[in-house]
Write a protein of this length. Structure first.
Length: 409
């Protein structure tokens, strides 16, 4: 392996580790809904609202952080985000009202996580990674987030059992701080690189970022991609927030919920690595349509099956393979349309749609359960949205990948 290849691999792994810490800590918060409700008595729907606000703020902060990073560089934006998500997680036990939970979980923790999201990480790491390797690097970074979910969620459940839910949140906050030195390394620049970055910024027209955004929101292909990503946010947030509640409603042990979420993370590692390689030389819109259709079928089979421990674990494996595998081809299409210059901002806008879906998935799940005592109609909405997402990706006009050239005789 060449030195350049080693550097690319280490940077991609480091970025994946940052995403692992951010996503793992954030996804673990779903395990604390029951304990928070029991301790505060503020109600399942009120707590779901805090998590739903977090879905929205994650996207808002990703867009804002992307714009700040595109203009001033990613180092301190991402470092501040890692510190914020760690601190907010640690102080969550102090939040005892709906308003306090919305501020801590829905705003502070979510904004911190948004500043270390996949678009930010790929934008920061892109200067180390050659263009031909970026799709594979997207897969590695995305797989890192899933590895965090697979490892940190069971640890969080263990911490709850051993130390109680309040100390467990403090421990998770401390774990989240491990992202800081990794961010500092990924975003390290030499004096020459810093001077080059400043020159590029000075040469860019003041309205160039604004013009890039205006052009994007007028592009039907960008809008179709954004519309499809709404579905991804809806069911990812619904499953991440309410799967432990679905398990409890089926009168199964809480460990089933924790291990189901962990298996989703584990199998998304495989799915992310696979899709990162699969989309090289293929049309990414067709990959997205296939992933959304597969999700619809997996959810339908799960809904119609008896709810046993084995059913939940098999569902977790299947949905996990497709869970965040939409991210690499979505980032890939944004880059294909507009290049890397404003990728963090433009992908952040696409994430806004994702997180509007996430808001509704998290919030409506709680409202549905309080109103009906089950999550059944949420699963039907999820299936319908998956089929819609598969359909809206097909009309995207994506250039066919160039055919490989034959070797000279």
């Amino acid at each position: 392996m060449t030195q350049q290849a080693r550097t690319y691999l280490f940077v991609a792994l480091a970025a994946g580790a940052v995403f692992a810490l951010g996503l793992g800590v954030r996804q673990s918060q779903a395990l604390f809904i029951g304990p928070i409700n029991s301790s505060t008595g503020i109600g399942y729907a009120a707590i779901s609202l805090a998590f739903a606000v977090g879905q929205m703020m994650w996207a808002v902060s990703m867009t804002v952080a992307g714009a700040m990073s595109d203009r001033w560089g990613p180092r301190w934006v991402m470092t501040g985000g890692a510190v914020l998500v760690a601190a907010a997680t640690a102080i969550t036990p102090l939040a005892t009202t709906t308003t306090e939970l919305v501020i801590v979980v829905g705003i502070l923790a979510a904004c911190g996580a948004g500043a270390i999201g996949p678009g930010m990480l790929m934008s920061a790491a892109s200067r180390w990674i050659p263009e031909a390797k970026r799709n594979s690097a997207n897969g590695i970074v995305n797989a890192g987030g899933s590895f965090g979910q697979f490892t940190i969620i069971p640890l969080a459940q263990l911490f709850i059992g051993v130390a109680g839910w309040q100390p467990a949140l403090v421990i998770l906050g401390v774990i989240g701080l491990l992202a800081v030195p990794l961010i500092m390394w990924i975003t390290h620049v030499s004096k020459e690189d810093a001077a080059e970055h400043a020159a590029v910024q000075s040469a860019a027209a003041a309205g160039s970022l604004k013009q890039a955004v205006v052009d994007a929101v007028k592009n039907p292909n960008y809008l179709l991609l954004t519309a499809g990503f709404f579905t991804c946010g809806f069911h990812v947030a619904f499953i991440a927030t309410h799967l432990p509640g679905v398990v409890a409603s089926c009168e199964l042990p809480p460990e089933v919920g924790a291990w189901s979420l962990a298996l989703i993370g584990l199998f998304n590692i495989f799915g992310s690595l696979w899709v990162g390689k699969f989309i090289n030389g293929r049309r990414m819109k067709l990959t997205l349509a296939g992933i959304y259709f597969a999700r619809a079928m997996i959810i339908l089979v799960f809904f119609l099956s008896p709810k046993t421990t084995l059913t939940f674990l098999l569902f977790a494996c299947g949905i996990g393979f497709t869970y965040l595998s939409t991210v690499p081809p979505t980032i890939g299409l944004v880059v294909k349309f507009y290049g890397m210059r404003y990728m963090a901002t433009l992908f952040g806008i696409v994430m806004m749609s994702h997180q509007v879906g996430g808001f509704l998935g998290a919030w409506l799940g709680g409202k549905a359960f309080e109103a009906t005592g089950s999550f059944d109609w949420m699963w039907w909405i999820d299936i319908a949205l998956c089929l819609m997402a598969a359909a809206v990706n097909l009309p995207i006009r994506e250039a066919r990948p160039a055919a490989p050239q034959a070797a000279p005789a």
